[in-house]
Ligand binder design. Structure first.
Ligand SMILES: CC(C)(COP(=O)(O)OP(=O)(O)OC[C@H]1O[C@@H](n2cnc3c(N)ncnc32)[C@H](O)[C@@H]1OP(=O)(O)O)[C@@H](O)C(=O)NCCC(=O)NCCS
Length: 161
């Protein structure tokens, strides 16, 4: 990843850009569920981290949204602007969110990804996620999801590799 890219928590003023990136990069063909008010709510939620990657001019390159539970975290959304993909930005955003989950002592992270998105499935596989099941009709009742998961701590309390 270029050294001019910075990873920080999102600000309320980022809500619209993030929501529009979700609409255009993730929710394509499904309707727009991550609207600006919903993203703003996540930014303000103390149990959720909304993280952004910015370029040297402060422009939004990508973002991730992760709510943290008592035992597990869930990756709700992750996207990188098309022109900035394949440069390590997605891995960096995910790593930032995972580090918070590890610090909080959580057992693992799960996520759902569209079955028709093999590129994202491969991205998550390379980031250490494994197939944990399928969820028929998860997206608006019309599109199946693959559930992926990563273990952060083993049942014996030893850190996962
Ligand atoms: C999936 C996504 C977030 C990946 O972000 P990215 O910045 O391009 O990913 P990185 O450059 O950090 O890649 C990390 C690794 O994944 C691999 N990878 C990334 N995209 C890939 C693809 N489409 N196909 C195969 N491998 C891919 C990279 O080769 C790299 O592997 P390596 O580190 O072993 O060499 C990005 O493509 C995206 O925003 N896609 C559209 C939205 C989406 O599908 N989001 C996920 C579902 S919510």
């Amino acid at each position: 990843m270029s050294s001019s890219v910075s990873i920080t928590l999102a600000r309320p003023a980022d809500a619209r850009d993030i929501a529009e990136m979700s609409r255009d990069c993730v929710e394509t063909g499904l309707g727009w569920s991550w609207t600006p008010p919903r993203v703003l709510h996540a930014i303000r939620d103390r149990a959720t981290n909304v993280v952004v990657a910015r370029g040297g001019a402060g422009e939004l390159l990508g973002f991730g949204i992760m709510p943290y539970g008592d035992q597990r975290a869930h990756l709700s959304l992750l996207a990188v602007r098309a022109a900035s993909r394949g440069q390590g930005v997605g891995r960096e955003l995910l790593g930032w969110l995972e580090k918070c989950a590890v610090t909080a002592g959580l057992e693992g992270i799960s996520l759902e990804v569209r079955r028709d998105n093999p590129g994202a499935v491969e991205f998550y596989r390379r980031c250490g996620y494994e197939l944990a099941g399928t969820v028929p009709g998860y997206y608006s009742g019309v599109l199946d999801a693959l559930r992926l998961a990563k273990t952060l701590w083993t049942p014996t309390g030893q850190p996962a590799d």
